[in-house]
Write a protein that binds this ligand. Sequence first.
Ligand code: CO
Ligand code: CO
Ligand code: CO
Length: 306
Amino acid sequence: MGLDSPDDAGVYKLNSQTALIQTLDFLTPVTDSPYEFGQIAAANSLSDVYAMGGEPITVMNIVCFPSNDLPEEILAQTLRGGLDKINESGAVLVGGHSVDDQEFKYGLSVTGIVHPDKVKTNSTAATGDAIILTKPVGTGIMSTAIKAKLATPQNIKESVAVMSMLNKTAAEVMAQFFVNACTDVTGFGLAGHLLEMAKGSKKEIMLFSQKVPLLNNVLDFARMGMVPAGAHKNRSFFKEWTQIDEAVDRAIVDLMFDPQTSGGLLISLNKKDAKACVEKMKSKGINAWIVAEITNDSDKGFLNIF
Ligand code: CO
Ligand code: CO
Ligand code: CO
């Protein structure tokens, strides 16, 4: 599985029992705390392995650091945050590479494994499926509100907790069900990643915007116009394949296209199992909700936002 259809990671079958999953990701700082940034960047990088149904095995650090401008301690704390998340994932840090750069960036190259029959692609959703989302959305808009000094300490705390949470437990619960498709929510926003699933699977998806869990107060910030450029870019990029019901609040639409850092999993499975899966996730402390469904076939893929 590779470049012909965009998915979360590359997958290479080694033998009948094992396939290799490879992915890498890195970010510029998303919080003032380097330790938290390290946690978030690592959770974000590891997520693509979980989105493929796999288990991360080894990781390597990727570091671009302005050593003339920033104290070494910032890098040390970032790497400590990353390592804590790597340890939590059960993967092993085996190396890395750092270069001097004007802008600080950190992330991981992650290698995972999966049974070849259990790979979860984003292109195999089935008509009639319900789609579960496992984290609230709004981290892009919240970051904008944080920069504008509008967010409360509680808002910041919640957003950091959501972004640094591993998708590990969600993936473990997902593995107990027969799942047709999975991906994770990152830069294209919830609507964009649903559309990627719709296009890959040649399906039409209905997104129930009222059912999407949001960070506290983020709707107010969206109404105040604290919307990052990426949200508007996403909306216009996917315009051709999207229909938005007139009744949907503008600020809600912005949230549907808000680029997420280290967002939740999007899991497509039959409706009956979806309810049981959500219950199981909730019992494990995951803020999981059914937010969409696959309504019918569509050659080019389509998304209705209600
Ligand atoms: Co992904
Ligand atoms: Co990625
Ligand atoms: Co996937």
